[in-house]
Design a protein around this ligand. Structure first.
Ligand SMILES: C[C@@](CO)(OP(=O)(O)O)[C@H](O)COP(=O)(O)OP(=O)(O)OC[C@H]1O[C@@H](n2ccc(N)nc2=O)[C@H](O)[C@@H]1O
Ligand SMILES: Nc1ncnc2c1ncn2[C@@H]1O[C@H](COP(=O)(O)OP(=O)(O)O)[C@@H](O)[C@H]1O
Length: 293
């Protein structure tokens, strides 16, 4: 059973005050893009995990796909007799939710393999227990995530958008970036985030220029503080014709919005010369969430 699952970029990441449980209340506008991991679940005497792709992915019980399979097994009372294999194309610790995507894919793959027939609602609820971004990877498309980012409402989008992503060398730790955001805000209380009307209007009309102007990420100052060369990399994208440029989530991947598919091609060529990027990839969005292929 093989499931294909997309990466995400955050079109708006509004970070509110830190809560008693250590998480931040968010306005998190997720957008699924056509960079995919694949997770295969096959029968096996005991749970195992293998990973094909970039280094840095745990191959044991810490892997989010394994955690998802074990959670689904204990929830349904099934023995977790599964060999999981991940083909990774989403950057690791890149701010594109690759680990969450693999967890979502493992839930869908194991539910199909074990014929447990769980509802979409139950899968979303189990996903939220693994991580804040897992429910969105199940859903895909474009959606507003409130709370930790797990309470989702789909957003209607006209047409599709053309993106270029610059992968940096090495990742950034999500908790470290949230902690840096808190540190930078010391002394000035975090404003309560609200969904951007300009962003919703741009998504409705499908206008890339309006979308580019409406993109925002409250974690960006923290990511730039931890990785200063990212500032220059973002400027390089704007100079090369991007109509929007921002850090993807907690970074360090940078997302650039192109005005058209043809211009995305040209933008990708220019960005491949930026020293800070080890890989440059084109993608379109929105795309669907985790699906059996
Ligand atoms: C920042 C975002 C933006 O979509 O993703 P990435 O860009 O890293 O992929 C998310 O908020 C990351 O979601 P996810 O990676 O699922 O986080 P979790 O496993 O739930 O939490 C990891 C840690 O991130 C911090 N965290 C996460 C979510 C949230 N609303 N507030 C937080 O403060 C906490 O320190 C938490 O311990
Ligand atoms: N299947 C997985 N793929 C990637 N990383 C994973 C996975 N399972 C656990 N991890 C751990 O989660 C960390 C964050 O992973 P990832 O989701 O790729 O980043 P981000 O939260 O920045 O989007 C990694 O550094 C790794 O230690």
């Amino acid at each position: 059973m093989t499931v294909r699952v997309p990466a995400k970029v955050n079109l708006q990441l509004g970070v509110g005050p830190v809560r008693d449980d250590g998480y931040h209340d968010l306005v998190n506008v997720f957008h699924a893009v056509s960079l995919f991991d694949e997770v295969t679940a096959a029968p096996a005497p005991e749970p195992t995990i293998t990973v094909e792709g970039p280094p840095g992915v745990p191959v044991g019980p810490d892997n989010l796909a394994v955690r998802a399979a074990l959670l689904l097994a204990s929830h349904t009372g099934v023995e977790p007799r599964v060999a999981l294999h991940i083909r990774k194309d989403i950057p690791v610790a890149g701010g594109m939710a690759g680990g969450s995507a693999d967890a979502a894919a493992a839930l869908v793959a194991c539910d199909a393999l074990w014929e447990t027939g769980l509802s979409r609602e139950t899968l979303l609820e189990l996903g939220a227990r693994i991580g804040s971004d897992v429910p969105f990877a199940l859903l895909g498309g474009t959606a507003v995530g409130l709370g930790r980012g797990e309470r989702l409402t789909p957003v209607e989008v006209t047409g599709e958008f053309h993106w270029v992503f610059g992968y940096a060398d090495g990742g950034l730790s999500t908790p470290a970036v949230y902690a840096e955001c808190d540190r930078l805000r010391t002394g000035s209380p975090a404003p309560w985030p609200v969904v951007s009307d300009d962003l919703m209007a741009a998504l409705k009309t499908g206008d890339p220029l309006a979308l580019g102007r409406a993109l925002s990420n409250d974690l960006q100052p923290a990511a730039l503080s931890l990785r200063p060369p990212l500032s220059e990399a973002l400027t390089a994208g704007t100079s090369a014709g991007a109509v929007g440029a921002l850090v993807s989530g907690s970074g360090p991947t940078c997302a650039f919005l192109a005005p058209s598919a043809a211009q995305a091609e040209e933008l990708a060529t220019s960005l491949s010369r930026v020293e800070h990027f080890v890989t440059v990839r084109q993608a379109r969005g929105p795309v669907t969430g985790a699906v059996v292929i």
